[in-house]
Design a protein. Sequence first.
Length: 202
Amino acid sequence: MIYTPPTERPIPGPEYLATTRFLDHDVAALRAFARDTIAGETDAVGKAVKLFYAVRDGWRYDPFSMTLDPDDYVASRVFAMRAAYCIPKAILLAACARAVGIPAAIGLSDVVNHLTTDKLKTWMGSTYFMHHGYAVLCLEDRWVKAAEIRPGARGVVHHVVVYVREAGQPFDLHGVTKADILAIYAPGQPPMMLPEGMAKKV
């Protein structure tokens, strides 16, 4: 396992393309899925986007599927499931990315989920979620974290705004500009897609 402190970024290398116990992208079915998903795409970012949506939409998000069996966190095992929660889905996405030559890993962060359902809050015991999982992909020598805003109670959420700040920098709402905004969620609004040639550095 490669550990990268929260204040640092991973350094791309061959180890981020290697097959491991959990990222077993040498399994034929998983590799075929990854190749079929990116068919016709030559750009690394385009490949990553196609893989992201394929994993997001192909496996229903189910936090109640959590287990303590290590085998349930092997990418090929997740591939055979119909539903999973953030960590297994991040593992699957990272394995698929490695299968098509994109250096990848998973990240874990502790979050406070104010949008969780009452059922999940009762099951978890609080709104504090330890080890929220996400995939980290190296695209054009920059590490990009793929995540999606999914309100737990869409009927009561008006909107969500995600801002980008340097690590350790305090957040002051009065000092933010449009350039600080990474993504916005509102009911019925599609994912933000910037025009060709434009991007936001994270």
